[in-house]
Design a protein around this ligand. Structure first.
Ligand code: DGL
Length: 282
């Protein structure tokens, strides 16, 4: 069973690609929607939240957790790998940022632009990973904090979305490749295609990350074995809202969403005692 972790809804766009690439594998998705968005939070809080969520997925029986969230992949992946997946450990943690950097370096002719959350941008991780692969590539990045909320509102096909994307893209002049460094942006792909200059290649890390995961599983036999393609979805926010809005991100109907209670900042095993919130509809 493969665990997939995200701050909320956006990682469902990554889960969609993982399920396409690995249809036989059972997966458990944990969306921390009650504490999302993560993109403007401080690093210590993100380390704490990510530890709690990854531990929860391990306790559900996953030996491999894929961090679908760009913010957590950029800020906390090394920390999570060192804490849980050191040499000899049976537990593994993979992320989305290294595949994203690899793909950007493969397709660019010299100048990569990145749009992402404020925390992803300030981490500098995408820049570092791209330069590890090719130090001559120029990288320009811009925080785009309005885009995830626009997608959450379901306003992908609106003048607000087009204006916001156009203004962010205008701050990245001269790029030949645009890395979509946030889980929500694949839903804005039609708008990005309209707005970017002809010849700019759009990079969505998720399909490539899914192909890299197929390779990784072949090189690590026994970590996760094919099952029946079953899917469980857990969230810390409102499970009814999560099921209602999640389908737009996953591209298919969600199964019944299981709630995870949060008590004094920790994830609890008991059912929620009060009415939980959630990112799309609070
Ligand atoms: N999942 C986050 C990411 O990819 C976006 C949403 C959030 O800020 O929580 O960075």
């Amino acid at each position: 069973m493969i665990g997939v972790y995200d701050s909320g809804y956006g990682g469902l766009t990554v889960l969609r690609e993982l399920r396409r690439a690995l249809p036989q594998y059972d997966m458990v998705y944990l969306g921390d929607s009650g504490r999302a968005p993560y993109g403007g939070r401080d690093v210590d809080t993100l380390l704490d939240f990510s530890e709690q969520c990854v531990e929860r997925l391990f306790s559900e029986g996953c030996k491999l957790v894929v961090v679908a969230c760009n913010t957590i992949s950029c800020v906390a992946l090394r920390h999570l790998q060192q804490r849980y997946a050191g040499a000899g450990s049976a537990q593994h943690v993979l992320g989305i940022s290294i595949p994203g950097a690899e793909l950007a370096v493969q397709v660019t002719s010299g100048h990569v632009g990145i749009l992402a959350t404020a925390r992803t941008v300030s981490s500098g991780t995408y820049v570092t990973e791209i330069h590890k692969l090719n130090p001559t590539v120029r990288v320009s990045q811009r925080a785009a904090p309005l885009l995830a909320p626009i997608v959450e509102e379901g306003w992908e096909d609106s003048s607000i979305a087009r204006d916001a994307v156009a203004r962010y893209v205008a701050d990245l002049p001269g790029i030949d490749t645009l890395l979509l460094g946030c889980t929500h942006y694949p839903l804005l792909l039609p708008v990005f295609r309209e707005v970017v200059a002809p010849g700019v290649t759009l990079v969505d890390p998720a399909p490539y990350a899914a192909r890299r995961l197929v390779d990784w599983l072949a090189r690590h036999p026994g970590v996760a074995t094919p099952g029946t393609g079953a899917l469980r979805v857990l969230c810390t926010g409102n499970p009814a809202n999560f099921a209602l809005h999640g389908g737009r991100f996953l591209g298919e109907r969600l199964p019944v969403v299981e709630p995870i209670a949060e008590v004094r900042g920790r994830l609890a095993n008991a059912d929620p005692q009060d009415s939980p919130t959630g990112q799309v509809v609070r």
